[in-house]
Design a protein around this ligand. Structure first.
Ligand code: NAG
Ligand code: NAG
Ligand code: NAG
Ligand code: NAG
Ligand code: NAG
Length: 791
């Protein structure tokens, strides 16, 4: 072991000290120590944490005041208020894996600037699938939702009739708090509720529930947690869910009989959700101890991403994975630019968002003959004089501060173009509201998210918007337009489409592991909402609703969590890697018109950097045929290759005693990690990649054949091309050789490998970027400045 520790010492130090900037003001730091197996007794672990801390404080009193949380059940570490020199001292200690400042993460809902965004429009009742399977399974599965809490009175969290007692494995509980009485709030459906506030309060000061609407308990104010929980596991609410009549239908979660445990780690501050990493890790520590089976986490940070084990998401989900718990993350809402994807740990599932086949067409009648169609959530028709923003806003940019003071826009329908500005509709809405307009027509790429309608707003595309503008220019007087109430239309082809906002790959820290993994519905999702919270999260909106529309990868993440619960229930022994493999290899890439799924934002066929393997197919995922599984040894090698020493790995990885932890002498690429997709981000010469599959189909004597679709300019050879399974041979290994056949400098090309036995299709995306710029002697030689001056 010592040899490797020596040779990686430099790297180790660099990792452990990450994100410590010199500063004498104390901040909340997380000190991560690895697995808790070294300290079996939680009390001893806490004592040990205090001892470590006492090495950087003079008095015991200071130590106690500095400590926020001791993480001691499921992994070992603590969070404490430290200055940078104390953090550095701790980071240098041998048993410390990493020390990093606790960051504040954001919810992955589409968000309007100073309040959370809501969208109006499509998607049939919140859930992804629709077979009796969903009703049969899930009762034995406990899904932990890490979010803003829960509105327990919602119909979505009612106990289903004849629900069996709470599984005996459950160790969690419902914690009492403000307006949260466990005896009333919790039942056989909602079986756990905890909240974590210390990290938040260190950052933002004491939670003031009178000045800032929040509850000092697991009760949800922001609505986000209620929404995601009901999407993942909400009970069936027949025929009565709608938003003022729109999207009327049955609401239910993906696994309506699964149990719900709530971990409130995100808090409202000025109507915005903030999640402290110190609090989230405390949630992981408890949830794993409580014995949840699935964790759903719809939040994250934007790039730049930190190295793994320097982020709460990677640490928490790593220990979850070791205990057989799947963690599902949202990919982020920073699309459609590339490389914005977050939550990229190879042991989690990262979810992109897509639309569903529901729309809310809204007709705008210009005169007797002429009308245009937009999309909106207009409840009551509006009539008003049409007004071009160029008349009322500086340079035609619809921003509140650009409002040219005059009374003329009062009661009018204002036309704003995103191409002129602002880019996002929420600002235009605020501007129209400030001008006391009666409605807004916002012109933009149609499928960009529909935002908060603080005033009635219709989205129209550029073609329709241009029509309106030309019509207005030709009219001698300001014409009156009529906006009809929106309709709900289902079955509108083509669907799904990858949402405009969904964060795209490749991962900016581990480009050889395809992220996102999968896409799921995340546009205009109707789900449960606290009636005390207005649907737009604005003060002057006095409406109360039980169901609300939201968009974001926050909404697609719990769809996958619900599906994971179903798979876990049907296949209790499958590892998180096997479950992810089942979801990834059965995803589909064709829309309802049998064409390639479109990526909104480009209007072109989507690829794996948009949506991973494609769109989730819950039914097929229950019976994938083959799975790409991963064992402890796979992760040991992965950790070696990202620079961890054998000593550190033995501290992080929960190994059965006798497991050999030895790293190869040189760092290797991680392309051989047994991931269900294959990505090679820098193909310079021929490489051979190894994969291992296990037959999990009913038929044990079965033969799988391979078909390959080559990425452009890449020759793909698979050996063997036939995999034979039997009762005695459930696993097989195959090799993929990738040979660059063109000159290229880092563009991505896509193909796939499909194994089929005639019944199952086990599909892996193949993502390759050829880079031949290394191999020719092209070098940049700066020309001497003198000669330039001479010219
Ligand atoms: C950090 O805190 C310790 C203990 O309170 C103190 O001795 C030290 O001077 C502080 N360092 C800085 C740079 O402020
Ligand atoms: C809480 O907020 C209210 C309203 O803004 C304010 O009046 C009150 O002083 C605040 N309380 C504390 C403890 O800060
Ligand atoms: C439908 O919901 C409304 C309010 O949300 C409630 O008053 C009504 O009783 C419900 N109807 C049924 C049939 O459940
Ligand atoms: C808009 O309405 C508000 C509240 O009624 C009023 O105070 C404001 O002066 C109005 N603004 C314009 C431009 O009419
Ligand atoms: C291509 O390879 C060269 C040499 O290894 C490297 O400097 C360059 O960044 C690579 N380009 C891309 C786009 O990966």
């Amino acid at each position: 072991m010592a040899t490797n520790s020596q040779c990686f010492w430099g790297l180790y130090l660099a990792l452990s000290l990450y994100f410590i900037h010199s500063s004498s003001t104390p901040h909340v730091y997380i000190v991560y120590l690895g697995n808790s197996h070294n300290v079996h007794d939680p009390h001893l672990a806490s004592k040990h944490h205090l001892q470590l801390l006492s090495k950087v404080f003079a008095s015991e009193e200071d130590v106690r005041q500095s400590m926020l949380y001791s993480y001691k059940h499921s992994f070992s570490g603590f969070s404490a208020k430290l200055n940078s020199s104390q953090a550095t001292t701790l980071a240098k200690m041998e048993e410390v894996i990493s020390v990093f400042r606790s960051k504040t993460l954001r919810l992955h809902t589409t968000r309007s600037w100073d309040f959370l965004g809501l969208t109006l429009s499509s998607s049939s009742s919140t859930s992804a699938a629709g077979t009796p399977l969903q009703l049969a399974y899930g009762e034995d599965i406990i899904v932990g939702i890490f979010d803003t809490g829960i509105w327990p009175e919602s119909d979505s969290f009612r106990e289903e009739p004849r629900m069996r007692p709470i599984p005996s494995t459950w160790k969690g509980r419902c914690v009492k708090g403000e307006m949260f009485e466990p005896a009333k709030a919790c039942n056989r459906k909602l079986i756990g509720a905890r909240y974590y506030l210390r990290g938040f309060e260190e950052e933002y000061g004491p939670l003031n529930t009178s000045g800032n609407p929040e509850y000092r308990s697991a009760r949800d104010f922001l609505g986000h947690g209620t929404h995601t929980a009901s999407t993942a596991v909400g009970s069936i609410v027949k025929n009565n869910a709608s938003f003022f009549g729109l999207a009327q239908g049955t609401a239910r979660g993906g696994a309506p009989r699964a149990r719900l445990a709530v971990y409130k780690v995100c808090w409202g501050k000025d109507y915005d959700g903030k999640c402290s990493e110190a609090d989230i890790l405390a949630g992981f520590d408890d949830a794993l101890y409580d014995r949840v089976h699935v964790i759903s986490a719809s939040f994250g940070s934007k790039p730049p991403l930190l190295p793994l084990f320097v982020s709460e998401a990677a640490i928490g989900s790593f220990h979850a994975m070791q205990l057989g718990v799947t963690v599902v993350f949202s990919a982020g809402n920073e699309g459609p630019d590339p490389s914005q994807v977050t939550n990229v740990a190879p042991w989690g599932i990262c979810v992109a968002a897509s639309s569903v086949d529901r729309m809310f067409p809204t007709r705008i009648t210009l005169d007797n003959k002429l009308y245009v169609m937009g999309e909106s959530f207009i409840i009551t028709p509006i009539k008003g004089k049409l007004a071009d923003a160029t008349t009322y806003f500086v340079n035609g940019v619809c921003r509140p501060e650009n409002w040219i003071q005059s009374k003329f826009a009062v009661g009018r329908v204002i036309l704003c173009f995103s191409s002129i500005g602002p880019y996002e509709i929420d600002e235009a809405e605020a501007a129209a509201k400030k001008a006391n307009a009666s409605a807004l027509i916002f012109v933009e790429a149609m499928t960009r998210q529909v935002a908060v309608d603080i005033i009635p707003s219709v989205h129209v595309n550029l073609e329709q918007g241009t029509k309106i503008k030309h019509y207005l220019a030709q009219s001698p007087t300001k014409p009156v337009v009529q906006i009809e109430s929106s309709k709900t239309v289902i079955g509108k082809s083509p669907a799904p489409r990858v949402a405009y906002f969904s964060s795209r790959g490749p991962s900016s820290i581990t480009p050889d592991i395809l992220k996102p993994d999968i896409s799921a519905p995340g546009v205009n999702i109707l789900a449960a909402w606290p009636p005390q919270t207005s649907p737009t999260l604005t003060l002057d909106d006095k409406r109360s609703v039980s169901w609300n529309f939201q968009s974001g990868t926050s909404m697609s993440c719990p769809h996958v969590s619900g599906v994971v619960a179903l798979i876990k229930s049907a296949h209790p022994t499958w590892s998180p890697a096997a479950i992810r493999s089942a979801i990834v290899t059965t995803a589909y890439t064709r829309d309802t018109s049998f064409d390639s799924i479109v990526a909104d934002g480009s209007m072109k066929a989507s690829d794996p950097l948009d949506s991973g393997a494609g769109h989730i197919d819950p039914i097929k995922a229950m019976d994938p045929g083959l799975v790409y599984d991963m064992k402890t040894s796979d992760y040991i090698l992965f950790l070696c290759n990202i620079g961890y020493t054998e000593d550190q790995i033995s501290q992080i990885v929960l190994c059965p005693s006798g497991t050999d932890i030895s790293c190869p002498q040189v760092l290797q690429s991680n392309v051989n990690l047994n991931y269900p997709s294959i990505t090679f981000s820098n193909l310079q010469s021929t490489v051979t990649i190894k994969r291992n599959v296990r037959n999990v189909g009913k038929n044990k004597n079965v033969i799988y054949f391979c078909t390959i679709s080559e990425p452009d300019g890449v020759e793909v050879v698979i050996w063997p091309r036939v995999l034979i399974f039997s009762w005695f041979k459930v696993e097989s290994t195959y090799y993929v050789t990738l040979k660059p056949k063109k000159e290229s400098q880092g563009r991505y090309d896509f193909g796939e490998i499909v194994w089929s036995d005639g019944l199952h299709k086990v599909r892996s995306p193949l993502v390759v970027s050829i880079n031949t710029s290394c191999c020719d002697s092209y070098e940049y030689i700066p020309s001497p400045r003198k000669s330039q001056n001479a010219i």
